[in-house]
Design a protein around this ligand. Structure first.
Ligand SMILES: Cc1cc2nc3c(=O)[nH]c(=O)nc-3n(C[C@H](O)[C@H](O)[C@H](O)COP(=O)(O)O)c2cc1C
Length: 203
């Protein structure tokens, strides 16, 4: 049973969540987990201006996802930073290249799930995840979120991401906040939850 974790991360927040998602998925016996980045669309000079070049160089070790790889997975967990309350353009462009897969119904019946990061606490995490789900549903995927059995999402003693729609983190206006333990636990839970469901479906 194969789980793909496909994401874009400019400053490393979504990447950190992606690692936790992958760790969670790996805990399900018989699960093979692969981390993949979607292709960058920004030129290097823009990445420099955005102060993201160092992070991008560090993430270069993660293989870039080929669209056809999606068809070989039993479950795909997508991660995208929030951009104006929506997924980032890099992810949109990647998904818009999946028309051939859609035409063949190649993703029908696979499990799909989404996690995100935003700068601010109410900056559109839920709208990012829920609007992402629309694309997954067009592909005929079975959408899975983060159930309340992950009780960390009910916490109010500290600022935290995480919602029934999926794991999330709050990066701060300057990207100064990395995912907290609770947010990483949410991502871990989501990865394990998706892999558990996909494992049952493939039996
Ligand atoms: C063009 C642009 C639009 C953004 N829009 C939002 C937004 O709507 N709400 C928000 O809270 N953060 C917004 N952000 C901040 C990103 O969500 C933040 O940089 C990201 O979560 C960091 O994750 P990463 O390090 O994985 O890229 C935006 C950032 C950029 C560059």
């Amino acid at each position: 049973m194969k789980v793909l974790v496909v994401y874009y991360s400019l400053y490393g927040h979504v990447h950190r969540l992606a690692e936790a998602v992958a760790e969670g998925a790996k805990e399900v016996p018989g699960t093979q987990v692969e981390l993949r980045r979607v292709p960058e669309t920004l030129p290097e000079e823009v990445l420099v201006k955005m102060g993201a070049l160092e992070t991008q160089k560090a993430l270069a070790r993660i293989p870039v996802c080929e669209v056809d790889e999606l068809a070989s997975a039993d479950a795909i967990i997508f991660g995208s930073p929030t951009r104006f309350g929506n997924m980032c353009g890099q992810m949109r462009q990647f998904l818009d290249a999946t028309g051939q897969l859609w035409a063949k119904g190649a993703l029908v019946g696979k499990v799909g799930s989404v996690f995100t990061s935003s700068a601010t606490q109410h900056g559109g995490q839920e709208s990012t995840i829920l609007s992402f789900h629309i694309t997954l549903l067009h592909h005929g995927m079975i959408v899975v979120g983060l159930p309340y059995t992950f009780q960390g999402q009910t916490r109010i003693d500290e600022i935290t991401g995480g919602a029934p729609y999926g794991a999330s983190t709050i990066a701060g206006g300057k990207g100064e906040r990395m995912p907290s333990e609770n947010e990483l636990a949410a991502a871990h839970f989501q990865g394990k939850h998706v892999a558990t469901i996909a494992s049952k479906l493939t039996k």
